[in-house]
Design a protein around this ligand. Structure first.
Ligand SMILES: [Zn+2]
Length: 42
């Protein structure tokens, strides 16, 4: 049995917003720890 990389990433826990603690979906701006609503708007 070979564990595919895709399977590995599936098992990763979802990233939580550091502000509202809600699970965040994968986004392009993955460098932030806050969701869209909590991230500061310039
Ligand atoms: Zn948030």
């Amino acid at each position: 049995m070979i564990t595919s990389p895709m399977q590995f990433f599936r098992n990763l826990p979802k990233k939580l917003c550091t502000s509202c603690k809600k699970p965040m979906e994968e986004q392009a701006d993955c460098y932030t720890n806050r969701c869209e609503k909590c991230s500061p708007v310039i």
